[in-house]
Design a protein around this ligand. Sequence first.
Ligand code: CS2
Length: 491
Amino acid sequence: MTRLASSTLTMVPPEARTPCYDRAQPCGVLHLGTGAFHRAHQATYFDALLSAGHNGWMICGASLRSPAVSRQMNPQDGLFTVLIRDGGEEQVEIVGSVAEVMVAPENPSALVSALAHSDVALVTLTVTEKGYCLDPATGALNLDDEGVAGDIADIASPQTAPGFLVAGLAARKAAGIAPFTVLSCDNLPDNGKRTREAVLTLARAVDPALATWIEDEVAFPCSMVDRIVPATTEEDLDNFESATGLRDEALVKTEPFTQWVVEDDFCNRRPPLDEVGVQMTNDVASWELVKLRLLNGAHSALAYLGGLAGHHYVHQAMAAPGFSRLVEALWDEAEATLKPIDGFDAKNYRAQLAQRFTNSALEHRTHQIAMDGSQKIPQRWLNTIRAYREADRGVPKALVMALAGWMHWQAGKNDAGETHIVDDPLAARTAAALREAAGDRMREVANLLGISAIFGEALPADNAFVQHLTEAYCSIGETSAADAVATFAVP
Ligand code: CS2
């Protein structure tokens, strides 16, 4: 087996784009969470930047959990393939912007030293929603989280993303090195603000003077990221190997669409990302809401209802009876809660989303999107429902149906009675809520709504909402998710 690496780059098919720049240059970026999304998104923008001759913007990657990514990438000198798929078409790019990947748990202080290196001007993060250790309902740092408590007890050996940021910034302050900019690239509303709050809360708990310095000196711009990146399968790796003779364990597959909107607020050198298609703006929040409520909101609805109905992939769910009608209704509800943005055309955006969701070449698994729902649904659905209710528009039926789907998903069984794992940090809580209700559907709904870390206090007290939700939940229970969606009547 021949691995993709600098020495085997010549074996890559001639039509593939390969790095045309000297890769032996400083890492201006340190990235936390070098998973598939980072590789198909931010790493491709930095690859374009380096290709355009902007030196010093290689990425030093870090995995905060498993060593798997380093085993995939380090033997390949950080190189990896991006397959861009659209229906029957495929484009191949070899990306060279990642220099190496460190494994934080193996040597936390090595990562802290890397964060303190003066070449690093920017720290980017894709650690998923749960990686910030926030309370999903309030967005504040969860001080009861084990990792956070560990960081407070021993910040020299951090475990969490906020912990590494605090330790890295502390090391820079101590060495008299200017701080890096912290750029969150996760699907959270106000991701920069939330990251800042989390870092400040943690810093206050370990060293108040450091917290003041961070408050005064460090920029935490918000950003909106968008590209659909399904998890790579063994089959993808095997197919690439049989076509090229090269094994690429770090290969990622994605769609042609990509978008990155970044708030123009940097405290250290700013990479000229605007030259490679990044939208620099001062109104990221509006873009973020559009993306979370329309794209991610619909994605999660397709994941739970589609997953319950037995659809493995998003494009299959989109083609099943009633699903695209439900998605359109969900978009109507979500759109009603958004304020207009200059240069944003909701009709085109929705049409483009519908097309992206039907890209069958992506094979985007509903179960992948269903992961970590407790961390996702507050910003994807619940804030939308609240805004809709506050504007006196009645009860948003499609969002409520989606939420009823999420509730059924927690039982770990689909319409056909096949079991699935509820992959979620709060899975034990949702399971206990269902168990306690002993099969009484009204109580199941009430118990799940009682998990305030997800639902807060106001929504569970909203009677009209609870009544509609209970009806939707019962209708799925009495028939099936497939039927409930097929017969979903657009109000
Ligand atoms: C998806 C996202 O897995 C999920 O929750 O909704 O990863 C989605 O594909 C991206 O946000 C698209 O930009």
